[in-house]
Ligand binder design. Sequence first.
Ligand SMILES: [Zn+2]
Length: 571
Amino acid sequence: MKKRFRVLFMSFGLSLYSFCSMATQFVPPHVLLRVEFQSLAHHRSKVVILNEEKEPIEIRIRQGLLSKLEVPDLKVRLNPQESQELLMSLNFASEAMTTIHLQSEITLLDQNLNVPGPGVFEVVKLTGSQAQRVSYSDAFLSRRLRPKDFALERNLFRPCNQEMCHDLFFETQPVSEDLDFMITPRSSLEESEPRSAQEVSSSAGQKKVQVRGRLFFKMTSRRYHSAEKMLVSAWVFRAGFWTKMGSSFVQSDGSWVISGLPQFLGLTTRVVYQSQNEFFSLNDPNHRPYAWSDSTYVLGENTQLGSRFIDLSLNGNLPGLDEVYLGALELWVKFQLNGISLARPSPIEVVFPNSLSTHECILTNNQGPYPWSCSYWGDGKIYIIPEHAHKSVIQHELAHSIHSFFWGGKMPQGAGGEHNLWECFHPGLALTEGFADFIAYWVQFERQAQDPHIDYFNMNLETLPQGVCPHAGSEMRVASTLWDIYDTHVDGSDSQKEFDHVMSEDPAASVKIFLGNPQDTMPEYLRVFQRELLLPHPEDLEHVFRLDKMLSSSFYLGFVFVADLSGVSSN
Ligand SMILES: [Zn+2]
């Protein structure tokens, strides 16, 4: 109990300062993980691990999604403050630049608790036998091109107006027609097509010119995905200026079409693709949507550009961007299918990659400041570090942005601050984080899922590990309560006290009721859900809340303590 209070106190102290306006991605156990490059001639490097936790740990390290180098699995046991160096044989082959991405899993041995551990994301440049670290931005963003004929392209790319704010772009590449591609499952996003003012005002009956094509993301050498909801715009060059002919969004099968005025026939045209749509805008650290383009061509009556792809594979333009983009899209589709509109005045800005240079979402540990992933609830802006290029992270952060939008920016008392998946914190922080955790599971799993386990969280929401703090100050317990209202499983052993046979008719009930009824803690939602769900036996819900540890008496002791603290500290 003592330890829990210490954590509550610390977390609140932090939240008073830098965190009062944002939700940060959970922080893993305090274990330092670092790669050091030794003799490259002998393919030798080492991993340095230091256990800064107060209990012994076992850490398992494995290759992450974005690693270009094959990394062997490593496992080591460390006492508190003990460090160890593990030799790692890395085959750098002949590549001039490569990426090492490590993920880890930690067992906190005293608590017998298995949780996600720290990660490492390093881009390494080889010069002779020397290895030099490069930032994600220097490695990938610097590969963007300026238009070849800069004088000709001047007003297309610079100076930029609100809509065409990019002077740098990547190139797309043609795909063979026998492409085997994937689409977002059961997409129901409405097929809206923004059009230029000129096109709307063109007189009826006139024969238009059309340009059409298909756009895909290349994920690996064999895997493609439709680039659904990328913004496509076509520009024609006339009288020394680029004029926008029109724009549209890529459809779920990858196709897009833009039509324009007949007088554009025969003019030089350029098509630009941007990572931007009505719901989110995936931007570079200078807050500009990423842009791709291909060569110019002469506009015919019905111009077919064929199928082109954006290379997001590990050797491509922006590794990891596919996870962020498609993770956001998957969330959007799920909300849409469940009748929850995510329409907002402007798209949610997602900055990828976050780094120290943005000065946003920076945390500090014993080694100093480091960039992290966050969602700001004033404007919903999200920052994601490359190591977090995982769909569960973007879905979690988008959930925060959606939450703060629905609640008018007023988040629960105590929300914000450093947190993790297994300890207890302020119940307002747990409510906010637990909702965001739940959303990732809700998006990725149907309600009858037997095993709702997300690797990134390393937890099954149906059966949380024993060691997870059993109170309403635990975000994963909040998440599992929302899950038990969503799922169709009957679980729990004591049908008189702790039991789940609640089945809300609407699979989105937990989301809708949460977003529509602001409260400060999860236990307060008991009466809200009882009122809104119209269950034949309202007491069933109490059994669910007890099963998920929302109604344990010792929690209230902790809560009173925190409530007192917050009153004192915020003055
Ligand atoms: Zn969060």
